[in-house]
Design a protein around this ligand. Sequence first.
Ligand code: NAI
Ligand code: MG
Length: 328
Amino acid sequence: MTCQIAVIPGDGIGKEVMEATINVLDKLDLDFNYVYGEAGDECLKKTGEALPQESIDIVKNSDACLFGAAGETAADVIVRLRQEMKMFANLRPIKSYPNTNALRDDIDFMIVRENTEGLYIADMEKLTDEGAIAKRVITKSAEKRIIKYAFDYAKKNNKSKVTGVHKANVLKKSDGLFKEIFYEVSENYPDIESEDFYVDATAMYLITNPQDFEVIVTTNLFGDILSDEGAGIVGGLGLIPSANIGENGALFEPVHGSAPDIAGKGIANPLAMMLSAVMMLRYLDENIKADKLENAILTLLNQAKVLTGDLGGSATTKEVEEEIINLL
Ligand code: NAI
Ligand code: MG
């Protein structure tokens, strides 16, 4: 059956890494129908809207979406798309690749972050006479949904352990509830080990023992912070993909932005976008082709001959695309 894929290249290097990624996907002989949508700074200038309804509809009517990057309008585009699509899970794989600045070469875990509540709820923050107050919301249904997602992910991907991360010693009611639900859900997965840590300790273990983690599940703010720590321990932005998963669709994007400092020069690293496509292929159960593309990327990194400037090489985006196609 043909899959419809929404493609939103966006601004700056978003367009460049998207073009390279679609050219690579074209060589994988997939039954995909790509429908392009506009969004971002250029779209705002041209149409008066950063995210036109037409683009939202394209994403809603597709099986999955590939998103490049937006510029200054990123919040209006990507945050709005996540809300429109009710994308409750934010997934960030933290993996060490060869010839990068990773702390160790055996890091490989997934951060599953709750994306709809916690401290990041619009209108829940207000100024008071004394200063300001923010509310942190933990609902049983949303936490159960994300914890279940993490265990299902572990099961599907042959992971043997899920770590729940919270601060239940201080946030006794809200994170006490998170911890309780975590162990309730874990009972349905007898083959998967479950453990829980406080978030501050986790921040340290990510530096001292990152190889021990397989799947981390946590609330919105903690997940946001630990995700960037994760990016740091494997050597930064250029190789980090992400996924936003909802009940009716999913969006895959590199973690980096539109990089105005290098946009238009043809030297952006397309690998974070290509690894986002790998995540999309797995989401669509195209596992063999996902492995094939990921292996080509691994070989490219191992050979270290055709690398872009951020990885210490001098190759162009186009040269990386051609080498990946060659390796496929
Ligand atoms: P950025 O990720 O665009 O760039 C940070 C630095 O990393 C720059 O020096 C850039 O050249 C480099 N870099 C990023 N991706 C690269 C790649 N694939 N290859 C080689 N080098 C790469 O973040 P920055 O500079 O904070 O933001 C620039 C614009 O992007 C802003 O307008 C911001 O709002 C937007 N942005 C959009 C995001 C999104 O659409 N999801 C996420 C982050 C920022
Ligand atoms: Mg963040």
